[in-house]
Design a protein around this ligand. Structure first.
Ligand code: HEC
Length: 141
């Protein structure tokens, strides 16, 4: 059996530096029509995880009214530095199974013998507790 070290996933080394984007977003006035199109574009991905007006995924929080909940600096941080602040109830759990595979997801339900995670694609993984070797938090917690 291969041993897998449980560690938070790293950003790819070729990921662009978010700082210039954060500065631009803080200065510009934004374009709501373009923003809405980007949000709903499955290639960008927001809509895979977030709902607005009842449409979209269930992995992240419902973003209806998000602009009244947070000011611009917090919104910029949530998008460009997603690991800095994790909304209540959305910290990802990382498990390693006795078969050697590693899964990351949100806890959808948990009983004494079973743990069900939902992954970033929205797929459910029901695991028997007896097949879980190690369990921790993703996002470096
Ligand atoms: C793979 C799923 C996924 C994708 C894709 C995604 N998000 Fe998120 N998002 C989350 C999760 C999970 C959280 C809650 C954890 C956290 O606070 O980081 C979150 C949190 C947020 C928050 C803070 C919400 C709050 O109430 O604190 C904002 C704003 C946000 N996302 C915007 C976006 C935007 C805009 C996009 C597209 C550019 C996007 N997200 C793409 C999963 C995703």
């Amino acid at each position: 059996m291969t041993t897998t070290v449980i560690a938070p996933p790293l950003a790819p080394s070729n990921a662009p530096d978010p700082a210039p984007y954060a500065e631009h977003a803080a200065r510009g006035s934004g374009d709501p029509v373009h923003g809405k199109a980007l949000f709903s574009d499955v290639k960008v991905g927001c809509v895979r995880c977030h709902r607005i007006q009842g449409q979209g995924g269930q992995i992240g929080p419902d973003l209806a009214g998000i602009g009244t909940k947070y000011g611009r600096p917090s919104l910029i941080e949530a998008v460009l530095y997603p690991s800095r602040q994790i909304a209540e109830g959305y910290a990802q759990t990382l498990v390693r199974t006795s078969a050697g595979s590693v899964l990351a997801g949100l806890v959808r339900s948990e009983t004494a013998d079973e743990l069900t995670l939902v992954d970033a694609e929205g797929k459910l993984h029901a695991l028997r507790k007896t097949e879980i070797d190690a369990r921790g938090w993703a996002n470096g917690r």
